[in-house]
Design a protein around this ligand. Structure first.
Ligand code: T3D
Length: 268
């Protein structure tokens, strides 16, 4: 755990190892619930990872037994009581955080070490890949506290599981264990809890050594195609292919293929 000069726990840790940035929600005693300082620190970390060309893959995880239990309801009730507008945090924090994850121009991995609830689950859904420890679970907690979906859950969840299943899961905010989550397509892999960090580090390092511009274009194309016509998507694909075709990585990969050697991608 990292302690700052005031001897308090930093709510988010940001560490870069090689070309992999790891962002760790770091309020273990609060199950990484999202209060304002945590949301601000998370957004800053995501923006750092996005802007740093040396970072070519991003891991989002939690410390302690939870991934993230969503909005800090202890902070939230204080705002409700004081008459402050608590729901402004959707516009002020949840929306920019979700866009920063979903539009990250490099691969993103949610390393699910424990429960992901509410906005915490939605942040995981916004990542490209979700790797779960056996101890992980999801709870779509929004209706449990009389709220609607936020942090993109109404956009990402139907794309992951289909519209009917998304409504069913949102109406029934019960624990979804890793086996059910896997069969629904919410997670791509389940690993033993004590191997999660190592497994995700290996995957992230592999992605960070890949064709970063190609990965960003693939993500943008798939997301574009999900809400546009075929004709519009073909235009978008053309633009993305033109961009990728001009990269040094593309040239390197073609040369490597013809020379029957492995490509050495630089992310440019
Ligand atoms: O304006 C806005 O804020 C709108 C934005 C909304 C975005 C959202 O994220 S809405 C969804 C908010 N999250 C929830 O409703 C989840 C609430 N928590 C739970 O349902 C359960 O705690 C869990 C399923 C996540 C975990 O269950 P379990 O049995 O493993 O743990 P527990 O015993 O329920 O909780 C352990 C402690 O964590 C407990 O504190 P205590 O009693 O030991 O002092 C509990 O109060 C605390 N905790 C859990 N979730 C939250 C939380 N404290 C604050 N905020 C939480 N979200």
């Amino acid at each position: 755990m990292s302690i700052d000069a005031d001897n308090t726990l930093e709510p988010v840790r940001y560490a870069v190892d090689g070309a992999v940035a790891t962002i760790t929600l770091n309020r273990p005693d609060a199950m990484n619930a999202l209060d304002v300082p945590t949301k601000e620190a998370l957004l800053a970390a995501l923006r750092s990872a996005s802007a740093d060309d040396g970072v070519r893959a991003v891991v989002l995880t939690g410390s302690g037994r939870a991934f993230c239990v969503g909005q800090d309801l202890k902070e939230h009730v204080q705002k409700l009581t004081s008459g402050e507008p608590p729901l402004s945090t959707v516009r002020d924090h949840y929306n920019p955080i979700t866009l920063a994850i979903a539009e990250m121009p490099k691969p993103t991995i949610a390393a699910l070490n424990g429960v992901a609830a509410g906005a915490g689950a939605a942040f995981a859904f916004a990542c490209d890949l979700r790797i779960a420890a056996e101890t992980a679970s999801f709870t779509l907690a929004f209706a449990q506290i009389g709220l609607s979906a936020d942090s993109g859950a109404s956009w990402t969840l139907p794309r992951l599981v289909g519209t009917a299943k998304a409504i069913e899961l949102l109406y029934n905010p019960q624990k979804i264990g890793v086996r059910e989550a896997s069969s629904l397509g919410l997670i791509s892999e389940i690993v033993p809890a004590d191997r999660l960090a190592e497994h995700v580090a290996t995957l992230a390092a592999r992605l960070a050594a890949g064709p970063t511009v190609s990965y960003a274009a693939l993500k943008a194309s798939v997301n574009f195609g999900a809400s546009h016509s075929l004709a519009e998507t073909l235009e978008f694909e053309d633009a993305m292919q033109t961009r990728c075709g001009a990269t040094a990585d593309h040239r390197e990969a073609v040369d490597a293929f013809l020379a029957k050697r492995a490509a050495d991608f630089r992310g440019k």
